[in-house]
Ligand binder design. Structure first.
Ligand SMILES: Cc1ncc(COP(=O)(O)O)c(C=O)c1O
Length: 395
């Protein structure tokens, strides 16, 4: 007998159905059931499912030039790099297909810089509870407790400190330290923000010590927190920045961006078959043209405030915990520890929300989500919670 997914490597639990179509805030499965999507490919589909602009851009670019190899410049690649440079205050861009690869590139660039300019310093201080990807080096950089014993021996050279503790990070600096690397808001870790003061203090500390500040904005970048990049809210600029997820609005596109004086790769140090393909970077340009508009970002801020306000009221009604987050990266604490059960029941009721931790529900809708869609999400979640939250056991 045929079992769904038998030929797919079993790396994650999946329901026995297939998703066949998406439109805006909605996904449809093979039974015709519709789901209101507040996960959006894990904060990836910043313009919602299958937006016309992305479909049209892909079709037009596919008919012109899909791939000419990274050995040549192509027009969309150059245009997107220029946009990123113009808005970030940094100077050089290397494109990748995933956030993990962008971070892997950032780690390599920092090590190369340390080798050339810092007497071989190579250690990077990262944060406990952080998430930087699933390659071996980015898993080693991540502070996810469940990964500590996995895939040994890890890539060495990463030390972990608690977030928002400037004394701890200052004490962790050694003669071998080349960089500090962190997410402005720990997304997978449960929407835990680094405070503005902490980010500012880190910028000052790294300057004093002559080491690099690397910001992983794979999740927080591209308007997710209400500004194009989250670091802008702290009034700082990092030495290296990584972007992914929303940059491609659903297609595999990510980037590692660095300041001029740090961009020290020699030919052959870095590359990749799919680096900066015209097909993907054309999409990046279309996304950038929309998401970098001040009016668009203003709406993200407003919609985020509305979402948090609605969730706070819901939390008061059902005796849940705090609501936190910036822009449209939002978490609701579930002190009862049954976030997974709530997310599972929500799925059954046609609502997609994400349980990153037993106590945390995460909401990351499309950045163009409407108030009516937020209202509909709250109505569905209310129904789920009314159906007996106490009886859902945590998994
Ligand atoms: C902050 C952060 N960095 C890196 C990654 C890894 O990105 P990717 O899954 O595209 O490799 C993620 C993915 O969730 C992320 O949230």
């Amino acid at each position: 007998m045929y079992h769904m997914g038998n030929a797919m490597m079993d790396v994650t639990p999946r329901p026995a159905l297939t998703m066949i179509a998406g439109e805006g805030a909605w996904l449809t499965d093979n039974h015709g059931k519709r789901y209101l999507d507040f996960i959006q490919g894990w904060a990836v589909n910043c313009l919602g499912h299958s937006p016309a602009i992305i479909a049209e851009t892909l079709a037009a670019q596919a008919a012109t030039l899909i791939n000419c190899s990274p050995s040549y410049y192509n027009a969309p690649m150059l245009a997107l790099a220029e946009q990123i440079v113009k808005h970030s205050g940094l100077h050089k861009v290397f494109f990748t297909s995933s956030g993990a690869e962008a971070n892997e590139g950032a780690i390599k660039l920092a090590r190369r810089w340390g080798e050339k300019f810092k007497r071989g310093a190579y250690e990077i201080i990262t944060l406990q509870n952080s998430f930087h990807g699933r390659t071996l080096a980015t898993m080693s950089a991540s502070g996810k407790p469940q990964w500590e014993a996995l895939f040994e021996p890890k890539v060495t050279g990463f030390s972990k400190v608690p977030i928002n503790d400037i004394d701890a990070i200052t004490s962790a600096i050694t003669g071998n330290t080349v960089a500090i690397m962190l997410e402005p808001v720990q997304g997978e870790g449960g929407v835990i923000p680094a405070t503005r003061e902490y980010l500012q203090a880190l910028r000052e500390l790294t300057r004093q010590q002559g080491i690099l500040l690397i910001l992983d904005e794979v999740q927080t970048g591209m308007g997710r927190t209400g500004t194009l990049f989250a670091f802008q809210q702290a009034g700082i600029v990092p030495d290296i920045l990584t972007l992914g997820k929303g940059l491609g609005a659903g297609v595999p596109l990510a980037a590692m961006v660095a300041s001029d004086n740090v961009s020290c790769f020699e030919h052959g140090d870095q590359g990749g078959t799919f680096s900066g393909t015209p097909l993907m970077t054309a999409v990046g340009n279309a996304v950038f043209a929309i998401v970098s508009q001040p009016t668009f970002l203003h709406t993200v801020v407003k919609r985020g405030e509305y979402l948090r306000q609605r969730l706070r009221a819901l939390s008061a009604t059902f005796g849940l915990g705090n609501v936190r987050g910036e822009g449209l990266l939002v978490a609701l604490e579930v002190p009862q520890g049954n976030a997974s059960s709530i997310a599972a029941e929500a799925f059954a009721q046609g609502l997609l929300i994400n349980a990153t931790r037993p106590q945390i529900l995460r909401f990351m809708p499309a950045l163009n989500v409407t108030e009516a869609e937020v209202d509909e999400m709250v109505a569905r979640l209310t129904k789920v919670l009314s159906s007996g939250v106490q009886t859902f056991n945590s998994v």
